[in-house]
Structure formats: C-alpha cells, structure tokens
Design a protein around this ligand. Structure first.
Ligand code: ARG
Ligand code: ZN
Length: 877
C-alpha cells in the first residue's frame, strides 16, 4: 500500500503524555505503556482509536484502570483498534506488550547488540516496542522507567534528565528518566548495558552546565576522546553561528556495534554506529576522524533542526535532514578547509545523488508518495536537500538567511512543521517571493545549465548566455524552469576578479556576484572591459545542476591555474580530466594515444606541486574522477573493464610524468611527525599518500608501499599503503603478506577488520568474485552486523566495477543470492545495497541483459520484504 502526501490528516486523538516501564530480562522484555489521550475537538464520540504495531503481541489492555472486554478491541501484530471509548474523550490507556530484543535482527525497535539493549525508532521502529500513534506529528512528554539486572546492565539510559534510581529485589535495579520536551516517538531511546563512559561538561552561553557522556563498550572509553571534543566544538559552534543553545541538563552519546545507519539524534541520547565514535591514530584514518566530527555535529545539530522543530509527516524528511546536513557541512567548512570541504560535498553529491536523480529511483527532495519510508533516507533527501538550503542562503545573503533561520526557530519551536512553514520564514525575512524557488522541492531530476559566451572586440563587451532545461524522469514530476543561483566571476590574466558593468536581458537578475536565472534563458552583457576575461561560472557549485559550458581547453587550463575561486580552480581541471576519460572510455585509443593529453597532465602536476596551495587541496587535485563517475558521465553502453583500463592508464601516465615530484612528496610520508588529527596535518598525509599511489602506478613496483606499510605510525599511512598493495598488486606476494600482517595485527578490532574486508572486496580483478565468496565464509563474517555486510556486499557491489560487472555475470549472481538471504535478516540493509542495480540500463547490451535478468529473478522471490521489493520493483521501471 502506498502512502501519499496529499492524504495527510491529523490524528483523532491528541496525546498528552507517555509513561513507560521497560523490564529487561534475558530473552524477553516486558513493556508497560500508559498513554494519556484526549479526543480532538470535532471528532465524533464513537470514533475508534487506532494504533500502529509491528510484530507485536498484546499482553493486556486497560482504560482508566479497567481491563477491557475483548469486544472492545481488536489486536493484530500490526494494529490495535479500541472502540467505545469514554464519553468525555479523556482517558488513560494502559498497554502491556512482551517483545524479544534478542531475536530482533532487523535492528529496528528494541534490540541487543553485543549484550547491550538499545533502540532505533526512526522512522517506524517504536511500533515494534508498543502499540502507538507512531507518526512524527504526535508529540508528548515522556517518563521512562527501566528495570534490569544490575550486573548485566549497570548503566540505564533514556531521553531527558535522570530523576530517580534505586535497587530492586533479586539483584535488579531501576532508573527513571524524564523528558520534559514534547517529542515524537521516533526520537525515543533506551540503552542498557555494561558500558564504560567518558564524561565531560559544557557551559552554555547563558551559563548552564550540561553533563556530557560518551558511552562505549568496556575498555574503549579512551577512544571516545575525539568524539567528545567534536561534540563540545559542535555545541559552541551552534551557539556562535545560529544562536542555538542546548536545553537539557545532560547530553549522552552511545556507541553501538550493530547499527543500521550512521547515527540517530534521539533527544538527549544520541545512539551511534560505533564507527562514528571510536578512534585513535592506530585504528582510524583521517577520513574516519572527519567522519566522526561530521556525524557527531550532525546528530547534535538535530536537537534544534529535527527535535525542537520536527516534521509533520515523513514526506517532510528533508526539512530536518537537508537542513541538518547543510549545518554540518558549514560546521566542517569552519573547522577545516572550506574549499576542500566543498569539493568533498560536491564529489559526494555527484557520485550518489546525481545517479539517483537520473535513474529509476528518482524522487523529488520532498517525495509525494512511498511504499517504505526507510527507502527514502536517500542522497536526494539528504544531500540535494542540503543544496536547496544552501541555495536559499545564497539567494538571501548571510544576514537575511540568519534572520530567516531565527524566525523559523521562533515561529516553529515545538511544532511538527512542513517545508511550506520553512520557506515562509525566509520569505518573511527577506521580502522575496520564493514560490518558484520551492519547485526545487517538487520537481525531480538534475537540471542542465548551458552557458555560452561571445566576446565583442569592437565594443569591448562580453556576452554570456545562460539556458536551463529539465527532462522528465521516472518520478514524472514537472519540468518548469527553476530558480538557479549562478555565482560567477570574470577572471583577468593575472588571476584577478574584474568588475564590469552588467546588463541583463531575459528572465534573470543580478545580485552581487550571483546571476539568478529564473526563466529558460537569459543573457548578461558585461561592458567596458579592456580585453577578453575568462568566465568562471557556477562557483562553489552554487546550484546542483549539470553544467555544459562551452569553453576552450586553453581557457579552462587558464582557469585551472588562475581562478581566485579555488573551488572553480579545482573544477576546471577536474572537468577536463573527467571529459577526457569519458571520451576515451567510449572508443578504443589510437596507437600511442594517451588517455590524457600532455597539457592536462602538466596542469594537474603543476597544481599538485603548488606550495601556495593547501596540501589538502593539492591532494584533491590529484584525486581522479572515480570509475563510477566516468561510467555515469558516459550515460550509456558502459563497459566497466574499459572504464577501469582508461582510468588506470591515466594514473600511470600522470605517475610517470611526475615521478620525481611524487617520489619527493611521498618520501617518508609522516612517519616521523607526531600524530595530530587536525585538518592541516591530515592534508599533508593525504598529499603524501596520493603521491605514493602515483609513484607505485608509474613504477609498477610495490616496494615503496611495502616500506610505508611497515614504517607507518598511524592508520592513514598504513591503510594508504595497504590499499595500493591490495589493489594495484592484488594477488602478488607483497599484497598477500601485508594483508595477512594487517589481519593478525588488528584481528581483535572489528572496526579495523572492516577495512581489511573492504579492501579485498574492492580489488579490481575478476577473481574478487571468488574473494568475496571466501570472505563471506570467513569466521569473522556475519550477516548480523550491518558494518560487516556493508564492507563485503556493499563495497563489492558499489565499489568494484570490474568484479561486480564480470562479463559472465558471476558478480551479479553472487550479490543477488546474498541479498536474498540478507533480506530475511535485515531488510533495510538488503534494500540499501540493492540500489546498485538501478544503473542497469546504462551498461553495454550483454551486461544490461544480465542485470535485467538478475533484477527479474530478485523480484520473483516469494516473501521478499517490503523494503527490498520496493527497490527492486522501482529499479525495473
Ligand atoms: N535521522 C538519522 C540521521 O540522519 C538517520 C536515521 C535513519 N534511520 C532509518 N531507519 N532510516 O541522523
Ligand atoms: Zn540526520
């Protein structure tokens, strides 16, 4: 059954308060829930109460202290309907359910991970704990009592503030938590177990002291130090940048080994995949550090954008997710290097959101319908959602954007709000009419922005013509022109931004350095120029579009050298390289024809060697478009072997030409430097490791990587070297012995072991199909741990173009077979990994046929979960 945005209506009953007791035992948990309910005005007195459930068994039911006769209610695992409710419409419903967290392999609701009880309720997990109006617009204060055996679970946590605790007979104890803030059920959380913790505190601007705790498995609390540091920096940043202060006396974070997503923003009790909490230099890379910082910030920022103001229904998911991603991106930009952060976000958007938006799983930022909401926690809702907020900030400018945000917090604190509410705040703050802008929420697809230029030497005028277009895709939404903010500059021969008088004709306006295109096309004429400038357009990727800029190679190389906007300086070369690789992947290269022209290689090497640039930026410059990026740009008839060959040839060419520089840059990596996770040090390591990869590509000799692997004093350098060995030298002795060493060294730590699994699953050789089969039978592999499944199945399907797409179809068959069994354990993860199949139409005919057949077979499996069925069915459309 399909849920539609247009079907929204409020509940018949208003929830005034929730009182819960969870009695945790080995093997089962008893849940007693008391709901204070009130019939909404205007609702007829005979209206029944209908509550959601999921695999529930009702143990008892009473209203105002009186057990209900069976005739008054009807309970199935999915629903509880109660009739003949008290005339007054005001009553207390008491429910008892018994659940089995130990058997909960879906990891939704209450489950056990390494003996620890924990919950995941977003989006619809709370209904697996008790019958409830489980939707985000039902808000109430909660009081939660947890009881457990003290030796098994000395730590008992829930949302809000702790108000009481004590002993019980038979070695048991209890704790009571009170959350005074109204919240929807998806923000409910309980954690109980034998946990260690790192404690600290934070004093808010207004002088309140908040106790902070990061809870971990036994013995791992020291590895939470960086997460704690990131948390305190996030709290300070949200006060500074958005005037948002924390509101409870405590803020707790718990690291859990088995977790479906990255983390969850439960009020006052964030629950995390331990991957985003636990680290130190020996077990984590710089990328892991950046990930922890971002996710900690993201979940913390949800306290205002998500919790204090939540969503009216799940169609509004981007209201909290797009906005919160925007906020975490801004935080990382401030804490690290802004251009490098922007490059990383744009790469991510292009790698994940663009293909989604251009394929069968396309949906608007605010979807209009869904079969399974878990399948809509997507790159479109999150990352394109963030781009939409970023465009509002660009259109309004910093001051009015902040005014709009302030108004949003003021107007909607305590609400379950909508996108319309959000947009109205920015209209009120700026006086702008954002009704056309709001099409970004409704129209799916990536618009194309075409730019052409004409220099008139007589008149000394430069004319720039902008055109936008949008084609209808799988979502079937509109194709009206959108509001595109296009940041630009006219760059002179010395790398300076020139000022010029501008005249606009057509549907566009000019606001500072932004052309706001509102119609299908417009022309801007810049006058009074002494000579022809270089047009730097769509700076900072100011709108999420595909850019088609007619510009000569010479001009682009010049911008790659001169553009004062560093993002565009990077993009000028990146686009040139991506286009060259895409062209080369479409047809065989001529005899002796290089994958990349010498001029492009030289430009890239010059960027990488420019000491005026941050090392992190230089490392980005050296990061070639991935094989899947090239495949995406090809659009059709993709042959993944050919793509791999071309990208690798480019790497060898670059490596050979810059060998001396790469030897210098990779020398010794950072083995001698004391470790610091800061962005600058991380940037130096990134540059050294990129250089090492080129060096080994050029020489075909693993020795430099072996040496770095052995000498490494941190995981970034160790894994950087191991990745080169495992991929470029897959199957060779140097690779095998390093992988064996790595396994022995880190065998005890599942987080590090995931890296070992992932590197092997992504080795670009046909034999990786046999490798993953072996890995799936490894004693340390389990379908029960989402991280492990993602690092084997997920990495293979999404990150191994060569083996997954092996011409005989063995890669497809293997993944499909594993997904079928995973689906019975954890449908959410199975559905997520299955999205890789959505690209099937873009491959050459033989692979396309095999992918199509695999999807058909998957779709016909009996008893497939709603999650996986939905992805498979939509992918085939
Ligand atoms: N709200 C969480 C976050 O973005 C994600 C939780 C998604 N959970 C799910 N089951 N779909 O921070
Ligand atoms: Zn989020």
């Amino acid at each position: 059954q399909i849920v539609k945005l247009t079907d929204y209506r409020p509940t018949d009953f208003v929830l005034r308060g929730v009182d819960m007791t969870l009695k945790l035992f080995e093997g089962h948990t008893d849940v007693v829930t008391i709901l204070s309910l009130e019939r909404r005005e205007g609702v007829p007195a005979d209206a029944p109460l209908s509550l959601d459930g999921d695999e529930l068994i009702l143990a008892s039911i009473a209203i105002d202290g009186e057990t209900l006769a069976p005739a008054r209610y009807e309970a199935t695992p999915e629903r509880l309907v109660v009739r003949q409710l008290p005339e007054t419409g005001n009553f207390e419903l008491r429910l008892e359910t018994r659940i089995a967290p130990e058997e909960n392999t879906k990891l939704m609701g209450l489950y056990r991970s390494n003996g620890i009880w924990c919950t995941q309720c977003e989006a619809e997990g709370f209904r697996r704990i008790t019958y409830f109006p489980d939707r985000p617009d039902v808000l109430a204060p909660y009081r939660v009592r947890i009881e457990a055996e003290k030796a098994v679970a000395p730590v008992l946590l829930s949302n809000g503030n702790p108000i009481e605790s004590g002993e019980l007979p038979e070695g048991r104890h209890y704790a009571v938590w009170d959350d005074p803030f109204n919240k929807p059920s998806y923000l409910f959380a309980v954690v109980a177990g034998d946990l260690d913790a790192l404690h600290d505190s934070f004093v808010t601007t207004s002088g309140r002291t908040v106790s902070l705790g990061v809870y971990t498995e036994k013995g791992r609390a020291p590895q939470a130090a960086y997460a704690m540091d990131a948390l305190k920096r996030s709290m300070a940043w949200d006060e500074r940048r958005f005037g948002r202060e924390y509101d409870l006396d405590v803020f707790n974070v718990v690291a859990i080994a088995d977790f479906n997503m990255g983390a969850m923003e439960n009020k006052g009790l964030n629950v995390f995949n331990h991957k985003y909490v636990l680290l130190d230099q020996d077990i984590a890379t710089d990328t892991d550090y950046a990930g922890v910082e971002t996710v900690i910030a993201h979940e913390y920022f949800h306290n205002w954008t998500g919790n204090r103001i939540t969503c009216r229904d799940w169609f509004q998911l981007c209201l909290k997710e797009g906005l919160t991603v925007y906020r975490d991106q801004e935080f990382s930009a401030d804490e690290r290097e802004p251009t490098v952060q922007r490059i990383a976000s744009v790469r991510r958007l292009k790698a994940h959101q663009f293909p989604e938006d251009q394929g069968p799983l396309q949906h608007p930022v605010r979807p209009g319908e869904y079969r399974e909401i878990n399948n809509f926690y997507t790159a479109t809702v999150y990352d394109k959602g963030a781009e939409v907020v970023r465009m509002i900030a660009t259109l309004l400018g910093a001051a009015d954007f902040r005014k709009g945000m302030d108004l949003y917090f003021e107007r909607h604190d305590g609400d379950a709000a909508t996108i319309e509410d959000f947009v109205a705040c920015f209209e009120a703050a700026s006086g702008l009419d954002l009704s056309q802008f709001a099409l970004w929420y409704a129209q799916a697809g990536t618009p194309t922005l075409s730019v052409t230029e004409r220099w008139d030497p007589e008149e000394r005028r430069h004319t720039v013509k902008l055109r936008q277009s949008l084609t209808q895709g799988a979502a079937g939404t509109g194709t009206e022109p959108m509001v595109l903010p296009v940041r630009f500059g006219l760059v002179g021969g010395n790398g300076e931004d020139r000022q010029a008088a501008a005249e606009v004709s057509g549907e566009a306006r000019l606001k500072d350095d932004v052309i706001v295109l509102t119609g299908r096309e417009a022309t801007i004429t810049f006058g009074g120029l002494s000579d022809r400038p270089y047009l730097s357009v769509l700076r900072d990727f100011s709108a999420p579009v595909m850019l088609e800029h007619e510009q000569s190679e010479a001009e682009r190389l010049a911008l790659g050298r001169l553009d004062p906007n560093l993002f565009n300086r990077w993009r000028a070369l990146d686009d040139l390289i991506a286009e060259a690789l895409t062209t080369a992947a479409r047809r065989p290269l001529g005899d002796g024809e290089p994958a990349l022209k010498a001029a492009i290689v030289d430009a890239l090497l010059a960027s990488a060697d420019d000491e005026d640039l941050a090392p992190a930026f230089r490392a980005q410059a050296l990061t070639l478009p991935g094989e899947s990026d090239v495949a995406r740009q090809m659009r059709e008839n993709v042959d993944p072997d050919r793509v791999h060959e071309v990208v690798d040839a480019a790497r060898v060419t670059i490596g050979a030409k810059g060998l001396a520089m790469f030897e210098r840059l990779s020398a010794g990596a950072s083995a001698t430097e004391a470790f610091s996770p800061d962005a600058e040090s991380a940037g130096r390591r990134a540059l050294a490791n990129a250089a090492l990869a080129y060096r080994c590509a050029a020489t075909g000799d693993p020795d430099a990587a072996v040496a770095q692997y052995r000498a490494a004093s941190n995981m970034t350098d160790r894994l950087g070297a191991l990745a080169i060995l495992a991929h470029r030298f897959a199957g060779e002795a140097a690779s095998e012995s390093a992988l064996d060493d790595f396994f022995r060294r880190y065998e005890r730590d599942d987080l590090v072991l995931d890296k070992w699994f992932a590197l092997q699953a992504t080795a670009p050789t046909y034999t990786a199909v046999e490798t993953v089969e072996r890995l799936a039978n490894h004693p340390r592999f389990t379908m029960r741990n989402p991280n492990r499944v993602r690092t084997v199945l997920g990495s293979f399907a999404a990150g191994n173009q060569v083996a997954f797409h092996r011409p005989d179809g063995a890669g497809y068959r293997w993944v499909a077979e594993k997904l079928a069994s995973l689906d019975r354990i954890n449908p959410q993860i199975a559905a997520r990994i299955a999205t890789t199949f959505r690209a099937w139409r873009s491959f050459e005919p033989a692979r396309r046929a095999k992918l199509d057949e695999t999807l058909r077979q998957l779709s016909e499996i009996k008893g497939l979960s709603k999650d996986l069925q939905d992805i498979v069915d939509r992918s085939r459309k």
